[in-house]
Design a protein around this ligand. Structure first.
Ligand code: ADQ
Length: 456
């Protein structure tokens, strides 16, 4: 079996079950299976040329981390990646910022990664690059003479041409993606958007007889590889966590009330202000639901220091305070808002106690929380998933979840109400069907499909 070399912006060796973003969860699961290297930024900045990668071996995985110069880091990460590409790829043009100097820093960091990674590569390695931070990496590796198969997986959505061309010099993204052998997206729609962009930009985008796509002068594979979760692990964690003191306290505290749960990184793409408004709409329109429901929102801060993220944090604090001020009773607080990450195990336990999982991003590549919520349920008495139709997960779970448009406060409120009233047999049937989908396309199937495509 070829060695797998995974590369992502941030390398995150597992630490005591603490918060890991969806990408980290996926890469770790992939590497545990086959062993290999996880290469990327280690979280430190430096002055001048970064030193050689630091190596740390744990089990069958070597974590190789580089520093990024302080001068480049802000422009690359907070600037181009999270101020330009993230909003662009989530169709949020209103907050997109562009600065040519930041784009240059983005290119420089990709060149740095290629320079430091090159000497570590073996001829039979398969190279798997993750996410929008590193789109130009294959181009830089090819320039350095790397001929091994290189795949790219985009964890976030890919927009259509009319959105993409908002970005000055957008063609560089398409040209860079053409240097991969496999370009993977979360959904079919993302693939179609990418092919449409290639065609509109006159760079190829036609499928040939064996399903490959022409891109510049290359033939590449473009496909949907919807990311999954480790279903067995999630089930086990949920079953184990239910007995823990913290989960028992929550259950006891709820008394007869139903728990509605939301868990997200605190990111504007996750639709949190819209979700709070929908819950407020429910309480305003259906007084009978007062005291019957408790909404627990856990949102871990990310990208602090980026303006849009600081603003949304402030907005949510105000909104939760406003809704509680408006509806709370001395013995009932409608919204419990926790602004930090919690351990995965506890999360699974809370999911299991919850009657409704509220997953309403305004745009999301996949959304693993939706899948984790389903896996954590008790099959004998499962909760209901209320899911945004604008999340990639809707392509797989859309028939059995209650699909909503996250901007439609009344629609989301009605779906919550419908979920509270859903008969047990219907909940069981929907849950069983979703669990079957999750098991058929779990994290191991995802890894295998991508790695097989890379080897083909
Ligand atoms: P993310 O945007 O990070 O991932 P998501 O898929 O929901 O989003 O994954 C988040 C992960 O972090 C989940 O495993 C979740 O349990 C965990 N998490 C979130 N908030 C937490 C909290 N407060 N405490 C503890 N854990 C928390 C990106 C894309 C997604 C895509 C994934 C994987 O944006 O669309 O699904 O990559 O490809």
């Amino acid at each position: 079996m070829s060695r797998l070399v995974a590369i992502s912006n941030r390398v995150a060796p597992p630490s005591g079950g603490k918060t890991a973003g969806g990408l980290a969860v996926g890469i770790l699961a992939a590497l545990r299976q086959s062993g290999g290297i996880w290469f990327g930024w280690g979280g430190k900045t430096c002055h001048g040329e970064p030193s050689e990668p630091r190596l740390e071996r744990r089990g069958n995985i070597t974590f190789a981390t580089v520093d990024i110069s302080k001068a480049d880091f802000d422009s690359y990460y907070n600037g181009y990646c999270n101020g330009t590409l993230w909003p662009l790829l989530h169709f949020m043009l209103g907050i997109l910022r562009y600065d040519q100097a930041q784009h240059e820093a983005y290119q420089r960091v990709n060149q740095l990664f290629a320079r430091k990674l090159r000497p570590m590569l073996r001829p039979d390695d398969h190279i798997w690059v993750h996410d929008y931070h590193l789109i130009p990496l294959a181009q830089e590796l090819r320039r350095a003479g790397v001929t091994q198969p290189i795949g790219f997986f985009l964890h976030v959505p890919f927009p259509g041409y009319d959105v993409l061309r908002t970005l000055p010099g957008y063609e560089h993204l398409l040209r860079a993606l053409a240097q991969y052998d496999v370009v993977g997206f979360q959904t079919r729609q993302d693939c179609e958007n990418f092919l449409g962009c290639l065609r509109s930009a006159g760079l190829g985008g036609e499928r040939d007889g064996d399903g490959r796509v022409t891109a510049l002068d290359r033939r590449i594979r473009v496909d949907a590889f919807p990311i999954g979760i480790d279903v067995g692990e999630a089930v086990q964690q949920a079953e184990a966590a239910i007995a823990s003191a913290s989960v028992q306290r929550l259950r006891h505290d709820l008394v007869e009330r139903e728990l509605v749960i939301g868990v997200d990184r605190l990111d504007y793409s996750k639709g949190l202000p819209e979700r709070f408004r929908a819950f407020e709409t429910l309480l305003a329109r259906h007084p009978a639901s007062h005291r019957q429901l408790v909404f627990l929102q856990i949102a871990s801060p990310t990208r602090t220091g980026v303006r849009a993220y600081d603003e949304i944090r402030h907005e949510l604090e105000q909104s939760a305070g406003h809704i509680n001020g408006r509806f709370a009773e001395p013995d009932w607080t409608p919204i419990r808002y926790i602004n930090r990450g919690i351990s995965r195990k506890m999360l699974m336990g809370y999911f299991r106690v919850a009657r409704i999982g509220l997953v309403t991003p305004i745009r999301d590549g996949m959304n693993l929380v939706a899948k984790e919520f389903v896996a954590a349920q008790d099959p004998a008495d499962p909760g209901v998933l209320v899911l945004s139709e604008l999340a990639g997960a809707a392509a797989e779970l859309g028939e059995q979840a209650l699909l909503v448009n996250p901007y439609d406060a009344v629609g989301v409120a009605d779906a919550i109400l419908k979920a509270t009233e859903m008969p047990l047999a219907e909940r069981q049937a929907r849950h069983a069907a979703m669990l079957e989908v999750l098991r058929a396309n779990d994290i191991h199937a995802w890894r295998k499909r991508f790695v097989d495509a890379l080897g083909a």
